[in-house]
Design a protein around this ligand. Structure first.
Ligand code: SF4
Length: 383
């Protein structure tokens, strides 16, 4: 298959891994964080860590949109569908993410709430058109990649004057989350002790899909303000290995630049049309809670007042709910990169993909799910 198999060639992967091994400096540490859940999945699926020398350590970051949604926002969605008797349309992963005290949208559905799984925001719009006597709410989540389609559908709903459709907006922004991670003093002795050294990040593997929208320029602050190199990488195993090699070379040379490995899809400015759409329909929220990172300023989007009639939070006065995660759950630490999934006390015991206690085990892009699905295989091969 053109443009796919080429990026999964095992022989080339071995060659890249050998180059990385040759070029690392034994006294140097290379702790590299991949921000994106898609990269986490690729790293676990293709066993990329097994190809790397011990000096290179990969750290998973908060790049899974399902994982970073806090329990309170989920509980608010459960409250909305049960209290207002709306049709709540959601992606499948979200149905199983625990809200307060382990409640989920799936359990709400079992109690009689009208929760429907959709594959896109357009599906939700279609349900609203087909059932004009019911209120339909789309539970919108995701980074800059999934935001433009929500904007398109909101414009369409306004054009059609579709009064029974609205969006519960939980779209979040990548650069503020990166900034929050970088603003944490990873190298402080306290942080070192608290995390057994896991919190030191020397460089970043930048997201693929998000970067097609926001472009490489959006990450310049990582290099200029925080003095860390960042390489935007595609999702295939050779993309990830090549980006690691590029980071190793920058660190060896003492350089801090934003580089683009994923040139076949990402440009400096990103997708201006998608950016304009987002600006037309959304505005920046002053503050938004992220699971694991807490309240982050200017890190999420709200629907502009011009689209207020299609904003579920205004229409239904969705409550702000504070809900805590299961007390044994280490999702917050996993999302900050200070714990590996296996270091959570309940990983693969009380918490499994069939019975998830935390969001990182639910989503296909979650670090715990990726380790669970591919880690056992790796352990079996090693033994
Ligand atoms: S194993 Fe389960 S409870 Fe522990 S961090 Fe992962 S998702 Fe959360």
């Amino acid at each position: 298959m053109k443009y796919l198999d080429e990026f999964r060639d095992g022989r080339l992967a071995q060659g890249l891994a050998a180059r990385i091994r040759r070029e690392i400096e034994p006294d140097r540490r290379y702790a590299l964080m991949e921000f994106c859940g898609g990269h986490t999945h690729a790293i676990c699926r293709y066993g990329i860590e097994d190809l790397l020398p011990a000096e290179v350590r990969l750290i998973h970051g908060p790049g899974c949109p399902v994982c970073v949604l806090p329990s309170g926002r989920l509980q608010a969605a459960i409250d909305l569908v049960e209290r207002e008797r709306v049709i709540l349309c959601s992606y499948g992963d979200l149905l199983r993410v625990p809200g307060a005290q382990g409640d989920t949208l799936l359990k709400a559905k079992a109690r009689g709430a009208d929760v429907r799984m959709v594959y896109s925001v357009s599906d939700a719009l279609e349900i609203a058109r087909a059932q004009p006597d019911r209120s339909v709410v789309f539970f919108a989540i995701g980074f800059e990649t999934t935001t433009p389609p929500t904007a398109v559908v909101l414009r369409q709903a306004r054009r059609e004057e579709l009064g029974n459709f609205s969006v519960y907006c939980n779209h979040v922004l990548t650069p503020p989350a990166l900034r929050a991670l970088l603003a944490t003093d990873f190298s402080s002795p306290h942080q070192e002790a608290a995390t057994r050294g896991a919190g030191v990040v020397n460089g970043f593997i930048g997201p693929a899909h998000v970067s097609t929208i926001i472009g490489t320029r959006a990450y310049e602050f990582v290099a200029t303000e925080y003095r860390r190199p960042l390489v935007i990488a595609g999702f295939e195993p050779l993309d990830v290995l090549q980006s690691i090699l590029m980071l190793v070379r920058q660190l060896n040379a003492g350089e801090v630049r934003v580089e683009n490995e994923y040139t076949r899809a990402v440009g400096a400015e990103g997708n201006r049309k998608a950016q304009q759409l987002m600006e037309e329909v959304f505005e920046i929220r002053p503050s938004f809670e992220w699971r694991g990172l807490g309240e982050l300023p200017n890190s999420a989007l709200a629907i502009r007042p011009e689209f207020a009639d299609w904003d579920a939070e205004r229409r239904f006065a969705v409550p702000a709910i504070q809900a805590s995660d299961h007390k044994a759950c280490a999702c917050g630490e996993v999302l900050r990169g200070v714990k590996r999934p296996e270091e959570c006390k309940v990983f693969a015991t009380a918490c499994t993909p069939d019975h998830p206690l935390g969001s990182c085990m639910v989503s296909a892009e979650g670090a715990c799910a990726a380790h669970y699905h591919y880690g056992r295989f790796r352990q079996a091969v090693a033994s």
